[in-house]
Ligand binder design. Sequence first.
Ligand code: NDP
Length: 463
Amino acid sequence: MTYDFDMFVIGGGSGGIAAARRAAEHGARVGLAEASRLGGTCVNRGCVPKKLMVYASHFPDQFEAAAGYGWAVGDRSFHWPTLMTAINGEVSRLNGIYQNMLDKSGVQLFRHHAQFTDEHTLAVGDATITAAKILIAVGGQPTRPDDIPGIDQAITSDDIFHLPEQPQRIVIIGGGYIGSEFACILHGLGSEVTQLIRADKILRGFDDDLRAEIHGAMQRRGIKIIDHIEQVTINKSDSGLTVKVTRRGSEASESEASESEESATVFCDVVSLAATGRSPNLQGLGLDCTGVEIKQGAIAVDAHHRTAVPHIFAVGDVTDRVNLTPVAVREGREVADTEFGDGPSPMSYDTIPTAVFTTPEMSTVGLGEAAAIEKFGAADIQTFSSRFRSMYYTLPDIKTKTLMKLVVQKSTDRVLGAHMVGDHAAEIIQGIAIAVKMGATKTDFDATVAIHPSSAEEFVTMR
Ligand code: NDP
């Protein structure tokens, strides 16, 4: 049978666009459907606008540090609408770049929603389109927990970029990437921030020393973190929202006191932010017309991103594996290379570096200490760490600390994990990640000559 396209991609985010362009480079006839702005979550309501807000939030620290270096910084004020307009302008610019890239690559773009009508056929707007292979790259969306009464009063991270005014007081529910990043961003921009988390510390799953470092630093900077939360209830009041919190092992008791051992009532503006995870966008895809399998709310795929239907693939957040933009891009390109290029080039999920753009920033690659001990046993694991004040903070006498940590397997001398909390952590760990991925040993790290004076040099001088 002849199909309209060799491959049709549903979704114009990071993974879908990468796959479509790469397949077209290999000579495939490719179509792509995206009803919304090109670039997906990352460009429109994720990494890009978030990172621009992170930059904006750092200026008060820089003004403070400037004084220590002899600079007098005059009156300062922050204007939320100016930042939002600038960010939206930059996002539009990037949308245009994606459009140009697709035009140049020869991928045919359909500005409509696509829905399966059978395993080779899609309804795309009013058109019926057939394809030999179909790639689902529709991403995910924020979840709103249904166990929080009044949660419909809360916005999600998608909405924060469209707030006309800066929230003066905000409650953020969730201690993961998004909750912690936005707690720091909004605090840096001058909002009063309360973060509610279920665990004892933010960022569950990361190395415990790093979690403790950031958690403590955020509290010292003035973010109120209420831990061990058990029940949250949001109520609308005349002056905004009232968020009632019960902590574990206690009974709710509403009180005027902002915080007690067992319960707390926090008042905020019309804004409380639910940052409690994301889930795959499966609605409206017509998957019931196909044999594609769903497991735990996500599209199930094999190591080559193939669903239960051999010619239908899925990449990125819709598969809920490692929900990071560069991973989706890799997965998308791998599908294109495998199906239209020189054969399989499987990506490794072993040592994926990542960063959390909190203040201070955290970045990490490989195993944390607890994960390494679980895998290899405590007797085979050695850790090295260094906690120090970087030179930049000495003249302004700012107490901010940098933490670096290496996790090493004794029997092989291999560096299993490298972790950092501090300025430019993402920039530094990206380089270290190459060494870790290549299987560098602690001896290799030690044999590397330091760049002095720098913070990064600690990674090659730890004893
Ligand atoms: P995460 O999975 O990182 O964190 C979710 C948080 O919400 C956890 O702290 C979790 O608590 C908490 N939570 C879940 N349900 C409830 C509930 N009912 N009540 C209270 N708290 C709850 O999700 P995010 O939304 O922060 O981010 C989604 C994904 O987006 C990340 O996993 C990441 O892959 C990606 N991302 C990456 C970024 C980056 O690379 N810098 C930035 C932003 C997002 P608990 O720990 O107790 O389960």
